[in-house]
Design a protein around this ligand. Structure first.
Ligand code: NAP
Length: 258
């Protein structure tokens, strides 16, 4: 039998890259999807150098046609699809609500929420064809446990909506043996700051002083992408066969403090 196949969006950096490498180490063939060719090619190269199988898929997750073509190429190459990691996302603009423009709001919604919809919408037919599978949606503590990040209204709304989609779809997809879960991480050291614009923070910040740093389990240090990738690996595997419709917070306790 052919090995299981995973699609990871935003696989060119951070959590997506770590997840793609971890799934490949677990023996899955990986479709590494992103919109920056150099980054996804580098992920694919690293997987292949380690003896794994991967294909680079260039697509913007908010573009229906590009996503359909990427999934078509993935299935043409590996013959099936079993695991989907809907990870690509941006922080977007964090600003006071009366300063945030409609265009800025739409950008965040379009990548984080419509992009998640399109990732799931495009891949579910393939998971059904495979007889089942696992979808892992990368949400956040923002919108699920934490509501104090200054000006992050658009971002928080998309992350809350991702968890709502996971719970709604868990029931719809169960009859097709497709599990769907959310990973809600706290602060992880990645390059997401490059996709963040913060304005007028003083107007939205909540003036609190954390007792011993923001991440209790690691003495205040942010998590690493690998901390999240290990949980993604668990949710992709049969070890989580009875888990669906569930958020798993991977935040070292940060979301409970905030
Ligand atoms: P990252 O290093 O910036 O990775 C995000 C990836 O998504 C990048 O490779 C980016 O490509 C890609 N991407 C962005 N927009 C895209 C689009 N329209 N189409 C295709 N690919 C796109 O950030 P990360 O921290 O790993 O973030 C991954 C996920 O974790 C996000 O959903 C984020 O909301 C969530 N998260 C992160 C943290 C954290 O502290 N890091 C905390 C909570 C939740 P380019 O770089 O080429 O734009």
């Amino acid at each position: 039998m052919r090995s299981a196949v995973a699609l990871v969006t935003g696989a060119g950096s951070g959590i997506g890259r770590a997840a793609a490498l971890a799934l490949a180490r677990d023996g899955l063939s990986v479709g590494a999807l992103g919109h920056t060719r150099g980054e996804i090619s580098s992920t694919v190269e690293e997987i292949e150098n380690a003896g794994g199988e991967a294909v680079a898929l260039l697509a913007d997750i908010s573009d229906e046609r590009q996503m359909a073509e990427a999934v078509r190429r993935l299935v043409a190459r590996f013959g099936r699809l079993d695991v989907v990691v809907a990870n690509a996302g941006i922080n977007g603009v964090w600003a006071p609500i009366d300063d945030l423009t409609l265009a800025e709001w739409n950008d965040t919604i379009s990548v984080n929420l419509t992009g998640t919809f399109l990732t799931i919408r495009t891949t579910v037919p393939e998971l059904k064809r495979a007889g089942g599978g696992s979808i892992i949606v990368i949400s956040s503590i923002n919108g699920t446990r934490t509501f104090t990040t200054p000006g992050a209204t658009a971002y928080t709304a998309t992350k809350a909506a991702q968890l709502a989609m996971v719970q709604q779809l868990a029931l719809e997809l169960a009859r097709h043996h497709i599990r769907i879960n959310a990973v809600c991480q706290g602060e992880i050291e990645t390059s997401i700051d490059a996709n963040t614009r913060l304005r007028k923070e003083k107007e939205t910040a909540i003036p609190v002083v954390w007792p011993e740093g923001q991440v209790p389990i690691s003495g205040g240090r942010p998590g690493r992408s690998e901390d999240v990738a290990d949980v993604i690996g668990f949710l992709a595997s049969d070890r989580s066969r009875h888990v669906t419709g569930s958020p798993i917070w991977v935040d070292g306790g940060q979301g409970l403090l905030r």
